[in-house]
Write a protein that binds this ligand. Sequence first.
Ligand code: SF4
Ligand code: SF4
Ligand code: FES
Length: 260
Amino acid sequence: MAEFRLPRNSRPVKGVTHAAPPGARALRTLRIYRFNPDGGANPRLDTFQLDAGSCGPMVLDALILIKATVDSSLTFRRSCREGICGSCAMNINGVNRLACTTAMRDLPAEIRIYPLPALPVVKDLVPDLSNFYAQYASVKPWLQTRTPASADRERLQSKEEQERIDRPAACILCACCSTACPSYWWNSERFLGPAALLAAYRWIIDSRDEATGERLDELEDPFRLYRCHTIMNCTDVCPKDLNPARAIAEIKKMLLERHS
Ligand code: SF4
Ligand code: SF4
Ligand code: FES
């Protein structure tokens, strides 16, 4: 019989509660997934009550405050604090989002924070993105050309040609989309997932690229591309308002047209 529950040693147990500092003016409660690979203990959910008046307005600000003043072992990724680097992606109240662009005032009083779903956890809120990056690299996300470059000018594009790739090229590789995709949860070893497929699409439609046929050949596979069942979770969660589901549909259309 299929087993739908997490293995016993993966189930989060109740963790430590850190009470709010005396005189807290804007009390917020954060329940945060903690996991330390050393020692073999189950993951746990720690509770942090904090004075949100002592930090900036975003969830990332609260995490930084906790790390600085309550528990320095809390582990998470972040860099730009501007929604640009994609490193602070995590699951906040059940939705994959960037902690640096998610305002606490838009969330309920209790904020639950987990790492991105369906990936191995390195520590606390840090998932292992090795497979995600390998899949991105597998679509050869760079310009491929055959014709020699002109000696005195770059490979030019018209305004319209640039605008076609403008949105797909804005992907910050945060992995919110792929880790929100049920097909990716079940087949992440073989299905490329929406982020890598959006990157593939960005190069397929680039007017300067001359490897379109090879790129489509690589994707024509029951798992790499066709495990997408147009569930649309990817597009729903993208913090940059991109549309990977549409890009995937366009790739499928191009493959269909190639055979007709
Ligand atoms: S549209 Fe495709 S890639 Fe996006 S969530 Fe659904 S199945 Fe996954
Ligand atoms: S498509 Fe959106 S959600 Fe997916 S990796 Fe790129 S920026 Fe993140
Ligand atoms: S810290 Fe860079 S996107 Fe959040």
